[in-house]
Structure formats: structure tokens, C-alpha cells
Design a protein around this ligand. Structure first.
Ligand SMILES: NC(=O)c1ccc[n+]([C@@H]2O[C@H](COP(=O)([O-])OP(=O)(O)OC[C@H]3O[C@@H](n4cnc5c(N)ncnc54)[C@H](O)[C@@H]3O)[C@@H](O)[C@H]2O)c1
Ligand SMILES: O=C(O)C[C@H](O)C(=O)O
Length: 349
């Protein structure tokens, strides 16, 4: 696509996840971020909270869940890292206490899939949860970075944007749909084909976070030679890996552990960029100019993170014909998912 420009592939690796190069921060900046998790007692929420408790860039961890927030906080508060942990249960004041002063808010609140469901089938349960949490964020922490994990991400991110717009506090640079799990899976799966260390593999992910809207750019990975049936199977594996986990859990939910790691990695990358580390690039589903002329306001790209959130979107200079075809198939679905979220807020505000 001619509109795309080149980008350097330099996503944070798992290897440096909890070893941020501290010497790049001033002493006072090292333990300085309040991070909140909404839905903190869930499958993702608990493991994510554990990983954030281990992150030296977090000074305060605030945990909110309609069920079990204080219990998870009490448990984590005994871990011997410096951050303070507070937890709240279901109440407007608990949510406000959680959000007040937050630099970063992670949202895994909501219902996961069961076998036979698409992510879009979660819309009827999760859209109103995310809308209401976004309203509370607009009131209590309008300047925070917001990381949306709740599915369907292709719709829940536009929901948050629309709510913040309606409250006059939308900052497109601080809203991220978390699709890091797709990048983690892609690096793992490609390493299994090539017999390499997944920590050294980066496959840029663009598009969205569901089925065919997930577009892995193998031609821009370290293995552009992968082709034919091997490529078909790899793409299918990445795009439908979530379904694989849903099937295997057999009614007990979807990916939680790998997702918690993915969320923690994205949060850590953003915290490090917020504290001044340069050159950190992750995939994220963001407000993106690339296809706005086709009515598609959100699109996952490789995004450079900075002190104020999203610093730069790195577009891709040349897609292979295979990838062009994936993109062509993905755009109509993506548009439908985004519009569903936008319309929901307009109709129910
Ligand atoms: N972005 C991704 O890559 C990705 C990956 C995996 C799962 N997910 C999604 O993340 C979401 C959570 O998955 P899970 O497995 O942790 O589910 P879960 O059911 O284990 O946990 C969800 C938690 O949210 C809480 N909750 C519900 N409504 C709430 C509200 N209004 N405020 C605060 N908390 C609320 C519940 O009490 C529960 O503890 C699902 O929508 C799932 O599809 C996204
Ligand atoms: O597949 C799901 O429903 C959860 C998540 O989006 C995933 O990719 O694992």
C-alpha cells in the first residue's frame, strides 16, 4: 500500500520485561506510577495484578472488581515489593477511589467466550460494562493511559473513545486496545516452525483483534521465506489461537495466563516509555489515520510509545500480495465492529 511507510521492528522482548534499564530514569521517577486494574479479580485480572505488583515502575496498584477486589489486594499486598496495593469492591466510590490519580488503567472487566461464541457475541454483555467504566474514567482520571483488554476489542476501544469524546476529555494518544497477545503468539508459533528462540522473533501485527482482522506480517518478520501451506497454517494458527484456548478450556473461559503476560508486557513498555525510555514499539489497536478515508477510525499498527502515550504510528512500506489480500478481507469486518461500538454509545448515552 502506497500510504504505508517503513518502520523498524523493535518490539520489547519478554527478556527485558521486568528488567527495565533503571539507569535511564531519575531516582525519583523509578517508583512513581499509579496503575489501576478494573476487573482485577478475574482470570486475567489476578495474574495481571500479580505481574504489575512485581513491576518496579509501579508505586501504587489499585484493584477494582464488582466481586473480590479487596481480597486480591490483601493477598498481593504481602508480596515484598515496594508498591502499595489497595482494593475495592462494587461501589461508585470504590471505583472513584481506584481511578483517582491513576496514570494507567487496565480494563479486563467483562465476560469471556465459551465454545461456539465469537468475540462479537460478547458485545451484548461487555459493551455496557466498558461504557460505564469509561464514564467513571472520564470523571475521575481523564488524563490516564487507558489499556482496553475486554472483548470485543475492535468494538470496546471505539466505545471508550466515544464516551470520552462525549465528556470532552478524549485524548487519542492515550487509548490503546491491547492486542499484544497476538504478537506474543506469533513470535512463539514462528519460533516453533524455525526452531529459534521466541524472544528473538518479532512478527508485526496490524488490523484488529479477532479472527481474520488479525493480520500478522510474516513478510516483515525475520522469516519472509515462509510460504505455501506453512504460511497458511501459521496465519490460521495466529488468527484463531484464541478459539483454540476457548475449546480447550471447555466452558471455563478463554486465555487468561498468556493474556496477563501480554497485558503486563504492554503496560511495562508504556510505563518505560512514559518514564523516558526511547524506541519502544508495540502493536496496539489505536485511533489511526490510515483508513479513516474508508470510515475506519481504529486500526492496529506498530506504535512507538513515549512520555505522552502514543508518540508515532509506524506504518509498513510494502505488504506482500498475501498480506494485501488479508487486509482486503479484514477491513469490512473491522468497519462493522467499530461502527457497532460507536452506534452503541450514541444510542445508549
Ligand atoms: N485483548 C485480548 O487479547 C484478550 C485476551 C483474553 C481475554 N480477553 C477478554 O478479557 C475479558 C476478561 O476475561 P477473563 O478471562 O479475565 O474473565 P473473568 O470472567 O475471569 O474475569 C472478568 C472479571 O471482570 C469482573 N467484572 C465484571 N463486570 C465488572 C464491572 N462492571 N466492573 C469491574 N469488574 C467487573 C468480574 O467480576 C470478573 O472478576 C473478556 O472479555 C475476554 O474476552 C481479551
Ligand atoms: O479468544 C478470546 O476470546 C480471548 C482473546 O481475545 C484471545 O485472543 O485469546
Amino acid at each position: 500500500m502506497s500510504r504505508m511507510m517503513s518502520f523498524p521492528v523493535r518490539a520489547a522482548t519478554l527478556r527485558n520485561l521486568y528488567h527495565p534499564p533503571r539507569r535511564q530514569f531519575s531516582a525519583s521517577a523509578v517508583h512513581s506510577s499509579k496503575v489501576s486494574i478494573l476487573g482485577a479479580a478475574g482470570g486475567i485480572g489476578q495474574s495481571l495484578a500479580l505481574l504489575m505488583k512485581l513491576n518496579p515502575l509501579v508505586s501504587e496498584l489499585a484493584l477494582y472488581d464488582i466481586k473480590g477486589g479487596p481480597g486480591v489486594a490483601a493477598d498481593l499486598s504481602h508480596i515484598n515489593t515496594q508498591s502499595k496495593v489497595v482494593g475495592y469492591g462494587s461501589s461508585a466510590s470504590g471505583l472513584a477511589h481506584t481511578l483517582n490519580g491513576s496514570d494507567m488503567i487496565l480494563i479486563p472487566a467483562g465476560v469471556p467466550r465459551k465454545p461456539g461464541m465469537t468475540r462479537d457475541d460478547l458485545f451484548s454483555s461487555n459493551a455496557s460494562i466498558v461504557r460505564d467504566l469509561a464514564k467513571a474514567i472520564a470523571d475521575a482520571a481523564p488524563n490516564a493511559n487507558i489499556l482496553v483488554i475486554t472483548n470485543p476489542v475492535n468494538s470496546t476501544v471505539p466505545i471508550v473513545a466515544e464516551v470520552l469524546k462525549s465528556q470532552g476529555v478524549y485524548n487519542s494518544k492515550r487509548l490503546f486496545g491491547v492486542n499484544t497477545l497476538d504478537a506474543i503468539r506469533a513470535s512463539r508459533f514462528i519460533s516453533q516452525i524455525k526452531g529459534t528462540d521466541p524472544a528473538n522473533e518479532n512478527v508485526p501485527i496490524i488490523g484488529g483483534h479477532s479472527g481474520i482482522t488479525i493480520i500478522p506480517l510474516v513478510s516483515h518478520s525475520g522469516h519472509p521465506d515462509i510460504s505455501g501451506t506453512t504460511l497458511d497454517e501459521l496465519i490460521q494458527h495466529i488468527q484463531f489461537a484464541g478459539d483454540e484456548v476457548v475449546q480447550a478450556k471447555d466452558g471455563a473461559g478463554s486465555a487468561t495466563l498468556a493474556m496477563a503476560l501480554a497485558g503486563a508486557r504492554f503496560a511495562d513498555s508504556l510505563l518505560r516509555a512514559n518514564h523516558g525510555q526511547k524506541g519502544i514499539i508495540e502493536t496496539a489497536f489505536v485511533d489511526n489515520p490510515l483508513y479513516k478515508d474508508q470510515g475506519i477510525d481504529f486500526f492496529a499498527s506498530m506504535v512507538e510509545l513515549g512520555p505522552d502515550g502514543m508518540q508515532k504510528i509506524h506504518q509498513v512500506d510494502k505488504l506482500s500480495p498475501y498480506e494485501e489480500n488479508m487486509l482486503k478481507r479484514a477491513l469490512p469486518d473491522l468497519k462493522k465492529n467499530i461502527n457497532r461500538g460507536v452506534d452503541f454509545v450514541k444510542e445508549t448515552a
